[in-house]
Design a protein around this ligand. Structure first.
Ligand code: SF4
Length: 273
């Protein structure tokens, strides 16, 4: 993104200047996750999607993805007419965990065994109490279309026969509501998913001492949809202009949750814990 300038700064660090050339090929197709990454920290978007730096999953993300995969497997069995016994999911869980952790980069303080056990417990809680109530219509449904003149694609984890989107997250703390990034994702699906009714149910599996399950219902508003129509083109414009900024105030800005800290401090200075 930046071209190094010859002269070193007084501190001995290399000064870098923004590139001036616009790149019309970037951001041709966006996803809600890419747009949210850009809005949260544009430098992070650059390191991942344009510079192509490795971004392996850490412990919490591996657990979240493994829980998703197990739940997806269970619903696929349901769609195929089977009723899988929750008691007998141990081998499938081991297999899914192995797959999800194969390319992971666990942090020194990640308790990998503890994460695997808690993931199994949280999945079971969801499959026993929430999943039986849902009438699935589709899993990992690909959606595509145009929003604000920008080509957008995404994958909806689970949609039921009423057109309600069901989502699942794992978290260490009780959520206080729906974040603006999630509202943006839902507003995207509302416009791209045929038959979507604009409603969503998010279940957060909270890994506290006594694990708990928090259900949050959400109705996508006209304002949410307007935000996507205004922001997708601006995100694409920002990407193409090539002016990226680090957001050290981002809740993801830490060595535990961002894989680009070294590249970021090298390019922009400061330090990150
Ligand atoms: S280290 Fe922080 S500022 Fe830098 S890319 Fe990651 S989240 Fe953004």
């Amino acid at each position: 993104m930046f071209a190094p300038e010859a002269a070193p700064a007084a501190s001995g660090l290399t000064v870098v200047k923004p590139a001036t050339e616009r790149n019309e090929t970037l951001g041709a197709v966006l996803s809600p996750s890419q747009a949210n990454t850009f809005l949260n920290c544009s430098a992070r978007w650059w390191f991942k999607h344009s510079a192509g730096l490795a971004d392996p999953a850490g412990g919490s993300l591996v657990r979240g993805k493994a829980v998703h995969k197990l739940v997806e497997w269970w619903f696929r069995q349901r769609l195929a007419g089977a009723t899988p016994e929750i008691e007998s999911l141990g081998d499938i869980w081991d297999e899914i965990w192995e797959m999800q952790s194969a390319d992971a980069q666990f942090a020194k303080d990640d308790d990998v065994d503890g994460l695997k056990k808690s993931g199994a417990k949280l999945s079971r809680m969801y499959l026993e109490t929430v999943a039986p109530e849902i009438e699935p219509a589709g899993m990992e449904v690909k959606v595509a279309g145009e929003i604000g003149g920008v080509r957008v694609i995404g994958y909806v984890d689970l949609v039921d026969t009423q057109g309600t989107i069901h989502d699942l997250k794992t978290a260490a703390k009780t959520p206080s509501g729906i974040g603006s990034d999630y509202a943006f994702q839902l507003a995207t699906y509302r416009q791209l998913l045929p038959g979507a009714n604009g409603k969503a149910k998010l279940v957060t599996l909270v890994d506290t001492k006594t694990p708990k399950l928090v259900t949050t219902e959400y109705q996508v508003s006209a304002a949410d949809q307007l935000a996507t129509q205004n922001l997708y083109p601006r995100v694409r414009e920002g990407i193409r202009e090539g002016l990226y900024f680090p957001n050290r105030n981002s809740f993801l800005c830490s060595r535990k949750y961002c894989n680009f800290c070294d590249a970021c401090t090298k390019e922009f200075g400061c330090s990150i814990e």
